[in-house]
Design a protein around this ligand. Sequence first.
Ligand SMILES: Cc1cc2nc3c(=O)[nH]c(=O)nc-3n(C[C@H](O)[C@H](O)[C@H](O)COP(=O)(O)OP(=O)(O)OC[C@H]3O[C@@H](n4cnc5c(N)ncnc54)[C@H](O)[C@@H]3O)c2cc1C
Length: 305
Amino acid sequence: MHESSPELFENEIEKNRKECSMTTMRTTSPELESILYKPISVLDHGFIRVVDYMGTDSSIVQAARVSYGAGTKKVQEDRGLISYLMRHGHTTPFEMCEIKLHIKLPIFVARHWVRHRTASINEYSARYSVLSNEFYIPEIEQLTKQSEMNKQGKSSEKIAFAEEVKKILSESSTNAYEKYLYMLNNLQLTRELARTVLPVNVYTEMYWKIDLHNLMHFLRLRADSHAQYEIRCYANVILEILKKWLPFTYEAFVNYRQRTVTLSQECTNLIKRIIKGEKISQEKSGLSKGEWQEFSSIFGIGSEE
Ligand SMILES: Cc1cc2nc3c(=O)[nH]c(=O)nc-3n(C[C@H](O)[C@H](O)[C@H](O)COP(=O)(O)OP(=O)(O)OC[C@H]3O[C@@H](n4cnc5c(N)ncnc54)[C@H](O)[C@@H]3O)c2cc1C
């Protein structure tokens, strides 16, 4: 069965402390140390916990100084250097930091997650062990209609039969799990094929190790409003972890990567026309309806002539 009970985590921490009681010479992050190994809940049965990490803000600065020269070492200047590196896309100093997370997540979220190829993954084996009876059932407020604007996403409009949907999801998950155990225990089917009866809301677990540069790429895509709600919940927890681990990098990431927009040449020219006082509508803009909608919502521009 799954090895993710709080008692097992505690034993693991104690065992590791006994085995590795030496005081480290490495740079460490006190805030991240305080949450090391501790699971942070996500969705109904999921969690993220930091298992290990390498480097702090100062490791990024140290690596950058190889190319930029020693300079001063004041805290304020480290912050400025990290901000400069982020602004100008000098990415390799950020690759000097790494983090290893233990993540428990529904399989359909894991399918999004594993598209990010620049990480190392080791996943729970349902060929080797029996999966737990844990399925993701969304909260009522997440049960909304399909968006008409975004073919891939949902709208904010609630469905009328949310309770019924929840019941269907719960019953079909329970039913599938009963069939899974029946095939394993009564029909003697191998675990690797018995699992194929389970739906994609069943939980899995993985260890995920990634460098900071690629972690920020993941966060930019998956903490974004275009990403599915469920993976966003995980990405938001990782953002909080990043804030504790590397406060200067987090600040620069939010400022220069996350809360930013890319403007096409056409959009830049439109802004110049608007600054000069021209009233622009979608028809006059030369943009498609979709692009106009994105552009006008970013800058709060009305569509009136
Ligand atoms: C909102 C959203 C909707 C999506 N919808 C779909 C969908 O409908 N269908 C679908 O299939 N996917 C979809 N995806 C997944 C998406 O297309 C990417 O596969 C995923 O976001 C991983 O991005 P990445 O390749 O940049 O990341 P990573 O795999 O982490 O790679 C990071 C960077 O490394 C470089 N890199 C890595 N591997 C290669 C390579 N082999 N060749 C060249 N460069 C490489 C690239 O520069 C890449 O940006 C969606 C993603 C998002 C965020």
